[in-house]
Design a protein around this ligand. Sequence first.
Ligand SMILES: NC(=O)c1ccc[n+]([C@@H]2O[C@H](COP(=O)([O-])OP(=O)(O)OC[C@H]3O[C@@H](n4cnc5c(N)ncnc54)[C@H](O)[C@@H]3O)[C@@H](O)[C@H]2O)c1
Length: 298
Amino acid sequence: MGGQEDRPPERPEGTASGRLERKAPGRLEGQVALVTGGGDGIGRAVVERYVREGADVVVLERDAGLAKAVEAAHPGRVAALAGDVRDPAAHVAATQCGLDVFGRLTVYVGNVGVYDYGARLADLELTELSGAFHELFATNVLGYLLGVRAALPALRDGGGSVILTGSSSGSFAGGGGALYVASKHAVVGLVRQLAYELAPDVRVNGIAPGATRTGLTGVGDLGGDRRLRDEPRSLDGIARTVPLGFVSEPDHHAGLYVALASSEDTGFVTGAVWASDGGLEVRGRRHPARPAREEGPR
Ligand SMILES: NC(=O)c1ccc[n+]([C@@H]2O[C@H](COP(=O)([O-])OP(=O)(O)OC[C@H]3O[C@@H](n4cnc5c(N)ncnc54)[C@H](O)[C@@H]3O)[C@@H](O)[C@H]2O)c1
């Protein structure tokens, strides 16, 4: 005898039981995402979760050190470019990077934003106001428009989807100053108009995080040298305004970006902005500097 029948059944390598232990496929297997601001904060959390779910990721990030670090953390799965979202050429390069390195682009996550640290209109000189407006809107609004426009042909080819990071400041006053709040309301307008214009080829949705412990920075004199996560007193104050009672971490939002990128999960969702803010909608906000009134309207 000595034929094949006598040999013990072959065991797949690396398994004691002989059962084939395949990794469950991720929800984003085969997808290629471009994430702006993916070097830190919410963008970095999205990159980590996307990689875990099987996507390859291109990162466009202003800070060259952060860009290098996120790429080094995921060899062969993340390609990062140093560039500024206010620069049209940076978006062209990032889209091209997705096509060159990973062969396609299926998800665009516009995520870079800067804050105004609650600067009140009455406190701003006109020239300061003008300078801050241009920097903040060029980053928070124009940056998204440029990114979606540059990625659009590739997204159309890939049957893709756009996800924009908004904010609870896209729905409520009081979480920033007039510049930031207006810019995040503008993001809601972008989601709605682009969902309308790009249907049926490309779905467009938004995530609206509430207060999150990140290094979110301001513009110029309006907190250009500040980092939200370094301000425990502000964060504690914010936590007291949130129904769930805590300030979120970037990872609390990342799963929503996975869901919106997956047409299996959200293929009939476009033009939506999902809140991830600890329940602000159920309470609203009063301006903290105003004492409560004892009488009704005058
Ligand atoms: N942190 C919060 O409390 C909070 C709440 C609601 C919404 N958001 C929004 O989340 C998004 C991400 O912010 P975050 O809190 O993670 O901040 P973050 O500063 O931690 O991350 C932003 C990343 O973008 C990069 N970046 C900044 N300006 C850039 C530019 N011009 N070009 C390219 N890259 C640039 C930064 O280097 C950083 O890596 C923003 O749109 C912000 O408005 C933040």
